[in-house]
Design a protein around this ligand. Structure first.
Ligand SMILES: Cc1ncc(CN)c(N)n1
Length: 221
């Protein structure tokens, strides 16, 4: 069993929670309230600004030029492709550029993105990759799961989101992250692996907390 297989087996409960959340289910069924998706889009844009910085830190911590250029390519992809989807949704949902750029991050958005940045700044490349893994992998799993729901990919509001995260291109990014995690885990001590597991578990839980925060449109209690 590879390290990443071990992770989703050990934390299958938390892993499934990310996919079974009502926000995700209603997004796929096309029944999600537009105001919830609008709230999510703004918070996710803010999250992605910090998330993109992890890839810059990954390039700095990369042990070779190949890995460095892979992090750099992913950084560019997030800034231009993934955040491009958010800008397109913003236009469609009546979110102005000013609202997007000046929005306040919720405490959950701050906690999640700052936790990842803390891990990335203070750990090595393996810790950074463990923090990223649930973000890339869970979105790909969700994209593929929602793609199977009749009408989801063609939904006038949410189809673009489902198409983006179920796309072959996004899948390649997720697979790259899974393969990198397995490569970096080889030869690590038991205590190092335990630390990577905890990071993976924390960001997996943050994924579900992010869906919950968006579902409740919760800036505060
Ligand atoms: C909260 C969150 N997690 C992950 C992803 C996928 N990059 C995202 N857009 N937003």
């Amino acid at each position: 069993m590879t390290f990443t297989q071990h992770l989703i087996h050990k934390y299958q409960h938390e892993w499934r929670q990310t996919q079974q959340h009502p926000f995700v289910q209603e997004l796929g069924q096309g029944t999600l309230e537009r105001s919830k998706f609008r709230f999510y889009m703004i918070q996710d844009y803010l999250y992605l600004v910090d998330y993109a910085k992890l890839f810059a830190l990954g390039a700095i911590k990369a042990p070779d030029v190949k890995t460095m250029s892979e992090f750099s390519a992913s950084l560019s992809n997030i800034l231009h492709e993934e955040m491009g989807i958010h800008r397109s949704y913003a236009a469609r949902f009546g979110i102005t550029k000013e609202e997007l750029e000046h929005a306040e991050p919720s405490p959950i958005t701050l906690a999640y993105s700052h936790y990842m940045l803390h891990v990335a700044q203070n750990g090595g490349l393996a810790e950074l990759t463990a923090a990223l893994l649930p973000c890339m992998w869970s979105y790909w799993e969700i994209g593929r799961m929602l793609q199977e729901i009749p009408g989801a990919v063609d939904h006038p509001d949410y189809g673009e989101w489902v198409r983006a995260y179920s796309s072959e291109e996004f899948g390649q990014h997720a697979e790259w992250c899974i393969t990198l995690m397995d490569r970096l885990a080889v030869g690590k001590s038991e205590s190092d692996l335990a630390r990577l597991e905890t990071i993976f578990l924390n960001t997996t839980r943050y994924e579900t907390m992010f869906w919950e925060m968006a579902y409740r449109q919760q800036m505060w209690l």
